[in-house]
Design a protein around this ligand. Structure first.
Ligand code: G3P
Ligand code: CA
Length: 267
């Protein structure tokens, strides 16, 4: 400490690598998990969807076009929706070249492959159930993979896993099916509605542009589904100035493509 800085009134926010360290490696690939690990970042965020034959895969867009070569490999399969392809088909796709030639050949991981890499690196997982309305039953499927991989044991549930979604009904289903799992709701509910969210979630995870000191304080004043203060993890903060601003609001966590930049700006 230099003696010139204001005293910190909060712990430094937890840093989450958004889609992995996605500024440095193709999002939602095993390389992006490793890039976060190389930076010393424990927590990785990902997005989970389901293939036509019922396999969970890690991908953000509900469409394969932006981050894979699906249009070239499967011409005539427009609009290239994830849900219309089998796991074997998706496994053929190149999910790295769009980001940079040195990542050519990176694959779309299955959730199983993804969780195994997180485990190998001794990292932690902020898992987003993406577009739950498109994938009925995906909460049960997700919990089944996590259980089979040993991620629903006490240690993992206490320290290494959060499941979040933009779909309140999806978060509710996760909480109902596995009440021990920490959950997050993605969004900025009105303050008056927060008590109803607190019945099934532990975290309110808003877009940083919606935040204020007052909102963060109002969330944290309530207790979440496990009886602890509701936490606020905000996204997607990719520059030092915004990171310092939201840290000043007292957020509990920051979700970022640049976890090194955010860490340096908030410590
Ligand atoms: O983790 C929060 C953030 O990922 C939500 O937005 O579109 O990147 O999934 P999106
Ligand atoms: Ca996400």
């Amino acid at each position: 400490a230099t003696g010139t800085q204001a005293a910190r009134t909060h712990d430094a926010p937890v840093v989450f690598a958004h889609r992995g360290a996605s500024a440095y490696a193709p999002e939602n690939t095993l390389a992006a998990i490793d890039a976060a690990d190389d930076l010393g970042i424990d927590w990785v965020e990902n997005d989970v969807q389901r293939t036509r034959d019922g396999v969970l895969v890690v991908m953000h867009d509900t469409n394969l076009k932006r981050t894979t070569d699906a249009e070239q490999v499967f011409p005539g399969r427009a609009p290239w929706a994830v849900k219309d392809f089998t796991a074997a088909e998706i496994a053929q796709l190149d999910a790295g070249s769009w980001f940079g030639e040195r990542f050519a050949g990176a694959r779309v991981p299955t959730l199983e492959q993804y969780v195994r890499r997180v485990e190998r690196n001794d990292q932690k997982l902020l898992l987003e159930i993406k577009a739950p309305e498109t994938y009925p039953g995906i909460e049960k499927d997700t919990l089944a993979v996590l259980r089979d991989e040993g991620w629903l044991n006490w240690r993992h549930v206490q320290h290494k896993l959060i499941i979040q979604s933009f779909g309140a009904a999806s978060v509710k289903r996760v909480h109902a099916q596995r009440p021990d799992v920490i959950t997050g709701f993605l969004g900025t509910p009105p303050v008056g509605d927060l008590p109803s969210y607190a019945e099934f979630t532990d975290q309110i995870n808003p877009n940083h542009g919606t935040l204020s000191l007052g909102y963060v304080s109002a969330v944290q004043a309530l207790k979440g589904a496990h009886g602890k203060p509701l936490r606020v993890n905000t996204w997607t903060v990719n520059d030092a100035a915004t990171a310092a601003k939201v840290a000043g609001y007292g957020v509990d966590g920051i979700i970022t493509n640049y976890p090194d930049v955010v860490r340096d700006a908030t410590r």
